[in-house]
Design a binder for this molecule. Structure first.
Ligand code: WT7
Length: 647
């Protein structure tokens, strides 16, 4: 066992109590209080969530708290509300009119601040522009934007008129964008002329043009100016937002929407070759994201809250936009890369803006560790009072580094476990109450009953690794996969009937702490982003040189997992370092840079079962240890093991 592993082992028994100074002012300040309220929430979920839902504004109260179903759940049935009204207008009535809603810094150093009043006005104007261009209730709008205020404004503008947004991460290629446009049925895209990343311009509008040229579904493209770079504008299809906003009304009535009205679709990778359009509701989603933000981040009126996620991911939806704004919080966002122009950009931002809550990913923290303490040393981070981690398991020693060097042992860390499908955080410490164990997401949030079970669904004793499942519905649970009822039922509710199947492995320790060990399906978690093996394989075989491909994830010290692709070539093609480069670039073009394989290895045959299924497990083992230990009796080509040993 290496030194590092030894150290990690010793951290496993460590328990760190919330600093007294933090607990004193916390919403939930003892573990006893957490336990009592948790029990209440599980004993009578209807009563519990009914009370929580009163914290947001309803135009019409709901008649029934929920339909009680796990599959196709409905919450706050019969109630009507507007999500943008809850995130904006209702704060204007109190004393938050001039409170900062949104503070932004661009990668190039530009900065903007919007008060709640200003943000409301901008959202109304954008909503009116959307309406002018024919967008109405339940229409899908694709948002393909850099992390600038207008991206959030557009999301809220959709919510205001009952349109369904489909945010596509700006790192995705035009092909991935097209796939998401087509599946979601969008006819209008909102984009920008570009965005800044490591000093370069991401050509967003050009990629939209490429996508739109491959289908006649896109009728309109609304373009925000960000970089000032030259872009092509097609008459009758493309419109500059700056021009379109002139002359529209400055107020837009918030649409009165049913609690179950879809708020957004967000695509995420799964085990199939196609990304899944995860559909979220309005009422249940808002109630739980708002409540969990308040409790887990222990929000205070004077906080400046920074979640570093992009709005292209669920974390950006729930914990950059909807949860914090529903609470009337001040949020901070930053457009660019953490290492641009230098490795201390994040620390500069925390110091300059006096950020109080900092929520980021283990991948980012591992990069900070790699860059070295000298980048932190000269910055005053004393404004920080709470830290958070999300997206992938955090190694105990990475947790300790974050705790010591960023939080200076004064800030609790909330290691929050959840998924695109769950809508909000389901397992996490409460910062003022929960004794933390580095590497453990600790205990379930209110109203959530997770369990670790075996293949048959039987609960496992402490220490035994099994499947993480959730018993019973919760308000922010996704409502389906867009236009894919079969997979919705198959993926999440069939393997173990009666519960929600997360796709994660986990165990509970003797004290009931949950430890998430990672995905147990063919989903690979690279830098906190989900990538389906099958999607990368499809991209590889779409290249003329590739006959077959199998992609696996192996542990990576920085990215959590790294992609390793095994391929066989078609007749007439030879393995070479040039071809490796060509194939890597091809994957980037097909999917986006986040799916670039770290390694490509050539084989003359892939291991398959007799029914023809590629056995990725074997390839993973080979990548990890160069030999095979698992069961290989169902393999078609027993020669494979000898062959693979030679590469
Ligand atoms: C998968 C969900 C919603 C968060 C952003 C990613 C992994 C997420 C943790 C954590 C261990 C985590 C799981 C999960 N994951 N948070 N705190 N500890 N693993 O959302 O893209 O839907 O991915 O991310 O494997 O299933 P996502």
């Amino acid at each position: 066992m290496g030194d590092q592993q030894c150290q990690e082992r010793s951290y496993l028994s460590l328990k760190i109590y919330p600093p007294h100074s933090f607990s004193q002012k916390a919403l939930i300040d003892t573990q006893q209080k957490y336990k009592a309220l948790y029990k209440e929430s599980i004993d009578n979920p209807e009563l519990f969530w009914g009370k929580v839902a009163q914290e947001i504004d309803w135009f019409k109260p709901w008649e029934k708290t929920s339909n009680g179903e796990l599959i196709h759940p409905q919450w706050f049935c019969g109630g009507s509300l507007n999500v943008s009204y809850n995130c904006l207008d209702r704060h204007l009535k109190g004393n938050r009119k001039s409170k900062r809603a949104l503070v932004w810094e661009g990668e190039n150093g530009e900065s903007l601040t919007y008060s709640y009043e200003e943000l409301t006005k901008e959202v109304c104007i954008t909503a009116n522009v959307l309406k002018k261009h024919g967008v109405g209730k339940s229409d899908t709008v694709v948002i393909y934007m850099p992390l600038i205020p207008q991206a959030i404004i557009t999301m809220l503008a959709c919510a205001r008129i009952g349109a369904i947004h489909n945010v596509v991460f700006a790192g995705f290629s035009s092909k991935s964008l097209l796939e998401r446009i087509l599946d979601s049925g969008a006819r209008l895209i909102v984009t920008a002329d570009g965005g800044f990343r490591r000093g370069k311009i991401i050509p967003l509008k050009t990629r939209v043009d490429e996508a739109a040229s491959l289908s006649n579904q896109i009728k309109k493209v609304l373009v925000f100016k960000r970089t000032g770079s030259a872009v092509q504008m097609i008459e009758g299809r493309d419109y500059w937002m700056e021009k379109e906003r002139a002359g529209v009304e400055e107020f837009c009535d918030p649409a009165v929407l049913d609690s179950e009205q879809p708020l957004f679709i967000l695509y995420t990778s799964g085990t199939t070759g196609k990304p899944k359009g995860i559909v979220h509701s309005s009422g249940g989603y808002l109630v739980q994201t708002a409540f969990s933000t308040k409790m887990i981040f222990d929000l205070k009126e004077e906080d400046l809250y920074w979640c570093t996620a992009d709005i292209g991911w669920i974390t950006g939806h729930s914990y950059v936009v909807y949860g914090p704004l529903a609470n009337g919080a001040s949020i901070f966002i930053y457009e660019g890369a953490p290492d641009f122009p230098s490795f201390d950009r994040f620390w500069q931002l925390i110091e300059k803006y006096k950020i109080t809550i900092f929520y980021t990913s283990p991948t980012a923290i591992r990069a900070f560790i790699k860059w070295g303490l000298q980048w932190i040393a000269n910055h005053d981070l004393s404004s920080l009072r709470l830290l958070g981690s999300v997206g992938e398991p955090i190694n105990p020693e990475v947790w300790m580094w974050f705790y010591r060097h960023v939080g200076k042992e004064k800030c609790p860390i909330v290691d929050t476990w959840w998924q695109t499908e769950t809508g909000s955080i389901l397992i996490s410490p409460l910062p003022g109450a929960t004794p933390m164990k580095p590497g453990s997401a600790t205990f379930p949030f209110f109203g959530i009953s997770p369990e670790v079970v075996d293949e048959q669904g039987n609960p496992l004793p402490p220490g035994r690794n099994g499947f993480l499942v959730i018993k019973g519905p919760w308000p922010s649970m996704f409502r389906g996969i867009y236009k894919d009822e079969n997979n919705y039922k198959k993926i999440y509710f069939s393997r173990i009937p009666g519960v929600y199947f997360t796709g994660d492995g986990a165990y509970k320790d003797e004290e009931g702490y949950f430890w998430i060990t990672g995905r147990i399906d063919d989903v690979i978690n690279v830098s906190g982003h989900r990538i389906g093996s099958a999607e990368v394989e499809n991209a590889l075989v779409s290249h003329p040189a590739v006959a077959e491909a199998a992609v696996v994830g192996i542990p990576d010290p920085y990215k959590g997992e790294a992609l390793i692709a095994f391929i066989t070539l078609k007749e007439g093609y030879l393995a070479s370092t040039e071809l490796v480069q060509v194939l890597k670039d091809h994957v980037v073009k097909e999917i986006g840079s986040l799916a670039r394989p770290q390694e490509i290895r050539f084989l003359d045959t892939l291991p398959k079962t007799r029914s023809g299924k590629i056995v990725r497990r074997l390839l993973k083992e080979v990548s990890l240890q160069g030999r095979i230990t698992g069961d290989t009796t169902t393999l078609e080509d027993s020669q494979f093991i000898d062959k693979i040993g030679k590469i």
